[in-house]
Design a protein around this ligand. Structure first.
Ligand SMILES: Cc1cc2nc3c(=O)[nH]c(=O)nc-3n(C[C@H](O)[C@H](O)[C@H](O)COP(=O)(O)O)c2cc1C
Length: 188
């Protein structure tokens, strides 16, 4: 089972990126083949439909999502919506890469929860013809803390992450029956 995780922050130590790194490690330990695309480390030019040449990072993004069985999208909550960096990345993509694939949306916000960005993200996923997971995840306020080993500091957050990933993996098994992971459960 191939899972691509797109970390949509343009900030070096972004908590949304730390969350996606933890998710990638957790999924990897269950046997999933994960690829984390960090838009801070691999920035994309502003999407321009007239461009005749494709940027190297953009080509890698498109290929990675195309090859994935499932997708995790992570964003900081910016002004009640998703980051410009993630929206720009998604503009390079379409139903060719998303059709019928399960998608988990996660956010990090200064306030208690970042549901507004998640709602916007799920609407975009719908328009990409992906399938929104019934779970989503928002880390807000003090929940945005991570231990030295990269895991969420709060045990309740760990449980929420495990549930969200377990649902994504279960959904992927149903929708992409040829994909495989070692275990049906993602544990922390
Ligand atoms: C431009 C900007 C807009 C923001 N807008 C919101 C907002 O609407 N709601 C909120 O709760 N936090 C808002 N924040 C705070 C961020 O959501 C918060 O710092 C979050 O943890 C950033 O995610 P990151 O750690 O992945 O960069 C905003 C921060 C910035 C820089």
């Amino acid at each position: 089972m191939k899972i691509v995780l797109i970390a949509g922050s343009n900030r070096r130590n972004a908590t949304s990126t730390q969350l996606l790194k933890y998710m990638a490690d957790t999924l990897g330990s269950q046997g999933a083949d994960t690829a984390l695309i960090n838009l801070y480390d691999h920035p994309l030019p502003l999407y321009a439909p007239d461009d005749e040449t494709l940027d190297e990072n953009a080509a890698f993004l498109i290929r990675s999502v195309d090859e994935a069985d499932a997708i995790v999208l992570g964003t900081p909550e910016y002004h009640g919506s998703i980051s410009g960096a993630l929206k720009n990345a998604l503009d390079y993509l379409g139903s060719n890469e998303f059709l019928g694939k399960p998608v988990l949306s996660v956010s990090s916000s200064g306030g208690a929860v970042g549901v507004s960005s998640l709602t916007h993200l799920q609407a975009i996923v719908r328009n990409l013809h992906g399938l929104n997971s019934p779970e989503w995840l928002s880390l807000g306020g003090n929940a945005r803390q991570f231990a030295a080993d990269g895991s969420p500091a709060d045990s309740g957050v760990k449980q929420r992450v495990a549930r969200a990933l377990d649902t994504l993996v279960s959904l992927t098994r149903v929708l992409r029956p040829t994909s495989n992971v070692k275990s049906s459960e993602v544990r922390v």
